[in-house]
Structure formats: C-alpha cells, structure tokens
Write a protein that binds this ligand. Structure first.
Ligand SMILES: [Zn+2]
Length: 190
C-alpha cells in the first residue's frame, strides 16, 4: 500500500464486500469538483462503493465487471470520461484483483483538455423536474432514442439555454458503451 500512497495516479481499493478500504490523495484531488476540496478519508473509508455509483444499469455493469475480475483473477481496463465543467478528461481504469476478493482501481490519465465551463456539469447549479440521460462512461447525452451527443452538441440540439434552472443529468449507459463493457473480460492468468 505504501506505493499506492505515493502513486501520482488516483488509486482506490474495495474489499470483497465492496467497501472502500483505501484511497490516495491523488484520488481525492481527482474526484474533487473544480471548486472546493475532494472528499476526506473519513467520508469514504469503510463506505460501500455503491454509495458512489448510481443504481440501475450503471451499477449492474460495474457488478458484472467486478464479478468477472474476481472470478478470473485477471485485470480489465475500462475507459471512462470523467469531465469537470471546464475540462474534458479521459482515463483508463485498471481493475486489478488482489486475491482476497479485493480490487485495486488505478486511474491512468489518458487525455485532458480545457474548455469553457458547461453549466450542466456544475453540481451547484439549480435543477428542475426535467432530466437528460447521461452516459457514465462516455459522458454523452441522449438527444433522442438511440442518439447520443457530446454535451456541448446536445445543448445545441436540444436548445437548452443558459437558464435559471437546468435539467438533471440521469446516470445511464449508452448502447455503445454498454455493448463494449459487456464484451470486457479479464485475461485469464496462469
Ligand atoms: Zn457511452
């Protein structure tokens, strides 16, 4: 674990019962919103990972990945967009089983790019009763059945003005990401 503490990459570990047992400072910094500090240790250690992952298809897909990683004993790599309002970010999350049923998550930064802030992604912005489906892996927004667009394009397509309140973002998985996650299997280790 000493190496994980020093790792500049965000690292978190869940135990066999899906409780968070380790996070490093890089993880806390990484998940912080643009303004304000990230979660403190006491806010995450000992809590279920499912407190941080929405119910429904998003949770089902993570459960599937965890069960495969634990059953096979090999790693998988899951690409994910983890944008901030003013920054696009792409990471590769390595899920590495540790043998006792725990899983180490290592977030390898792949790409990041600044952009004008997107109010829809600002958690402090007031919301109304409308909702938009947002894929938790590619961060695209569903603009109509089967069609998903980057958030800036979706704002234009759906003509969402910068209003006093905005629609909520409903965590989802688009079909492209769902299909690719369903095909994700760990390499079998000897
Ligand atoms: Zn997607």
């Amino acid at each position: 674990m000493v190496n994980d503490f020093a790792d500049v990459r965000p690292v978190y570990i869940i135990d066999a019962t899906d409780r968070i047992v380790f996070v490093n400072q890089a993880w806390s910094d990484f998940v912080a919103p643009a303004r304000g500090a990230g979660p403190t240790l006491s806010e995450v250690i000992g809590r279920s990972i499912w407190d941080r992952i929405p119910d429904g298809v998003v949770r089902q897909l993570w459960e599937l990945l965890y069960s495969r990683v634990r059953a096979v004993g090999g790693s998988v790599f899951v690409p994910a967009r983890v944008d901030r309002p003013d920054e696009r970010r792409l990471i590769d999350i390595e899920l590495r089983p540790l043998g006792d049923g725990s899983i180490r998550h290592i977030c390898e930064p792949v790409w990041r790019e600044a952009r004008p802030a997107v109010a829809l992604l600002d958690p402090s912005y007031p919301r109304d009763e409308r909702s938009l489906r947002c894929c938790m892996w590619c961060r695209r927004i569903q603009v109509r059945l089967g069609a998903w667009e980057e958030i800036e394009d979706a704002q234009r397509t759906l003509q969402i003005p910068a209003d006093a309140t905005l629609p909520r973002l409903e965590p989802e998985a688009c079909n492209t990401c769902k299909q690719s996650l369903l095909k994700t299997f760990p390499a079998r280790v000897a």
